[in-house]
Each structure stands twice: as structure tokens, then as C-alpha cells.
Design a binder for this molecule. Structure first.
Ligand code: APR
Ligand code: ZN
Ligand code: ZN
Length: 355
């Protein structure tokens, strides 16, 4: 599936996938979620470049591996992540692998069969396709009993949300947590907070449909921030203090501000929502200084795929984490354009292409 040009509908094309070179793997894709980042890329290109290969929330079976690959082998069921991390650099060793200095994707390029043009895959994956070429380190083997459409979601949005709570926010037993913005990422942060034993989980959104879903994900309280001041509501629900951890999953100045003021003194704010380059937020420095605590941003849920993917799949298989709740619908490859429409209208948590 390629994005041919700015705002043009996506299109199915024949793509040549090279045999895996050293350190690479070819994966037969079984499922791939439709994510906002695909939509952003479709609208603006990858670094303004078109055409490119779409799709990056994927799971499938390793078909072939290149020289020197030992961690996965043909037949393994794997979840793909955006780029292989080295595990050795300063960032990796300090437990923040997502800031690794030496991440990489596959070296070889996939090409358009009709013209031979090289195609960059979205986030180094390009998985709205029957198969794709990745760096072997982008493949994490997990228990094959998990449904592919569920597993694939861990490759991006759901991991970002769960990781924001358990890795970045360090939500602990008995904590109060507020999550602002309850799309797929916010709901995953709610599920992650529940998993971590939070006592109070307050979901904030402007859409009542989203608040209803948030409740089924584990929210104990909901606040419609069109009708109520969310900062006051969160304070009221936490004995007048504010939440121990506030997770922002929208990416707008007003919700960043709400997150900042809704946390308890010395609490933690975790920023997962991605703002646009022109967005700015002005805060009184005395509030920044006086409220203490920490402001953290969470890239990809600060996940270490080899640690987190198998753990979350196991929790799902044990019935302790309902990852299936994130799959609103499964669709065919030729329905991706429609799925973007539905996403745009806020109708779905995730549409997942099954192949
Ligand atoms: N206050 C509260 N909630 C809001 C507001 C607001 N001002 N504006 C929008 N929302 C809600 C929407 O109603 C929706 O439920 O935020 C949610 C956003 O969800 P999605 O659009 O489904 O996005 P999602 O995939 O969850 O990603 C959220 O995280 O990783 C980032 O790039 C991603 O910035 C995006 C954010
Ligand atoms: Zn994504
Ligand atoms: Zn590294």
C-alpha cells in the first residue's frame, strides 16, 4: 500500500521486496493497525517525500532472515517496532532505549515494481502489505497464541499508552492517575494504570463516547472537559490535591496546561500527545518551580520491545489485560482509506487490516 502524493488516496501497488541482507528479515504480515501517524505521513509525506509505504503497527511471521541474524528465525511470530535499538549505548544502558544513539532500519530498499523507484517505509516498517523487509532487531518474538490483530497494536499506539503509565509515569499501587484525552493512546494509558494498581483513574475527554469506552478500560471516574473544568474536577476527585500522575494524550497547549495544574504537588506529568511545531505554552515560572515534581515526555512509551512486548502479550493471554478491546474493527487492505475517514471522525479506537 503506497501513499502516492500529498492528500491523494492511498493505492495498492506491486512492490519488490529484496531477499534479506545481513541483519535483516522479511516478515509475512498478518495484521497491521491504522494509526494517526500514518494519516500524518499521508498528508505531509515522510520528510516531504512521496511515494512511500504506509503501515507500521504490525505483527506477522518471519519468512526469511539474512546473515548473522540469531534472535529470530523463519516461522517465528513477531511484533514489529519502529527501529532496532543497540542495547549498548549510553541511552540504552540508562534504561531509555528509545533515545538510543544507534537505532537502525533495514539497509536495503523496497522498490515499486512498475518503475523501480525506491520506497521508504513508514517508521521503517511499511506493513500494509503481504510482506515487508525490516532490520531483524525490529522483530520481537512473542507467544504465537495471541491473535495477530491484537499483537500488532503493541507495535505502536497501545504500547505508547501503556508504557506512558508503567514505564515513564512509574504509576504504582494505590496511585491516583488522570488521563487527558481518551483515544487509543489515552485508553491504553488507563489500561496500563489499572495494571499497575492505580486506585483512582480519572478519564478526561470532550466526547462522551470516548468516556464510556474509557470506563470499560478501567477508568474509575470520568470528566467531560467541555462541561466541567478538568483541573478542578481532578482536584475534587483526589481529595483536593491533584493526581499523583497526569498523562496528557492529546497534544494541545490547553491540555498540556491542564495536565500541569491537575497534578498533585510533587506529582508527575507525562506528555504523550505530540504537539505541532508552532504550538507554545506559557507558564508562570513560580508555578513551575513551586509545584515541584516532574514533567516527562514519553517516546514510544519508553518501551524496550524485547522486554515489554512479550510481557504484555502474556498478560493478555492470562486475561489480565484486554488488548482486544482496542480493536474496533478488522478490515481488508483496500479499506484503509475508509479507515482514515472513520479515524478522522473519532469513530474508532483502531481499525486493523488483516492479511
Ligand atoms: N480535551 C480533552 N480531550 C480531547 C481534547 C481536549 N481539548 N481534544 C481532543 N480530545 C480527545 C479526543 O476526543 C480523542 O478521544 O483526545 C482523544 C485523541 O484521541 P485520538 O485522536 O484517537 O488519538 P490517539 O491515537 O489516542 O493519539 C493521541 O498521542 O501519540 C500521540 O500522536 C498521538 O498526539 C496523539 C495523541
Ligand atoms: Zn503509530
Ligand atoms: Zn543504544
Amino acid at each position: 500500500m503506497i501513499a502516492p502524493g500529498k492528500d491523494e488516496p492511498v493505492r495498492i501497488e506491486t512492490v519488490v521486496v529484496p531477499d534479506p541482507g545481513p541483519g535483516e528479515a522479511v516478515v509475512r504480515v498478518q495484521a497491521c493497525g491504522v494509526c494517526h501517524t500514518d494519516l500524518h505521513y499521508k498528508q505531509g509525506g515522510i520528510n516531504d517525500e512521496f511515494p512511500f509505504l504506509l503501515g507500521h503497527e504490525a505483527a506477522g511471521v518471519v519468512e526469511a532472515v539474512g546473515a548473522g541474524v540469531t534472535d529470530v528465525e523463519p516461522g517465528d511470530f513477531v511484533i514489529l517496532n519502529w527501529r532496532a535499538v543497540c542495547g549498548k549505548c549510553r541511552a540504552c544502558l540508562r534504561g531509555r532505549p528509545w533515545y538510543c544513539f544507534d537505532t537502525h532500519n533495514a539497509q536495503q530498499k523496497m522498490t515499486l515494481a512498475s518503475t523501480g523507484q525506491e520506497l521508504s517505509p513508514a517508521l521503517g516498517i511499511g506493513a500494509f502489505a503481504e510482506k515487508t523487509l525490516v532490520a531483524a532487531g525490529q522483530c520481537t518474538k512473542v507467544d504465537p497464541r495471541v491473535a495477530p490483530e491484537v499483537a500488532g497494536l503493541l507495535g505502536c499506539g497501545v504500547m505508547a499508552g501503556i508504557g506512558a503509565a508503567i514505564n515513564t509515569g512509574n504509576v504504582g499501587r494505590g496511585d491516583s492517575v488522570a488521563v487527558i484525552g481518551c483515544g487509543g493512546v489515552g485508553d491504553a494509558a488507563i489500561a496500563g494504570s489499572q495494571l499497575a494498581g492505580a486506585a483512582t483513574i480519572i478519564a478526561v475527554d470532550i466526547d462522551d463516547r470516548k468516556l464510556e469506552t474509557a470506563r470499560s478500560m478501567g477508568a474509575t471516574h470520568t470528566v467531560n472537559s467541555r462541561e466541567n473544568d478538568p483541573v478542578e474536577a481532578i482536584r475534587e476527585l483526589t481529595g483536593g490535591f491533584g493526581a499523583d500522575v497526569v498523562i496528557e494524550a492529546v497534544g494541545r497547549p490547553e491540555t498540556y496546561r491542564q495536565a500541569f495544574y491537575a497534578r498533585d504537588l510533587a506529582g508527575t506529568v507525562v506528555l504523550v500527545g505530540v504537539p505541532t511545531p508552532e504550538m507554545k505554552l506559557e507558564l508562570p515560572l513560580l508555578d513551575v518551580f513551586g509545584r515541584g515534581g516532574s514533567l516527562k515526555s514519553s517516546w514510544y512509551g519508553d518501551c524496550l520491545p524485547s522486554r515489554d512486548f512479550p510481557m504484555l502479550v502474556d498478560l493478555h493471554l492470562q486475561g489480565r489485560l484486554d488488548l482486544g478491546a482496542f480493536v474496533t474493527e478488522t478490515i481488508q487492505l483496500d479499506e484503509v482509506e475508509k479507515a482514515f475517514e472513520r479515524m478522522h471522525h473519532g469513530d474508532v479506537l483502531r481499525s486493523v487490516v488483516v492479511l
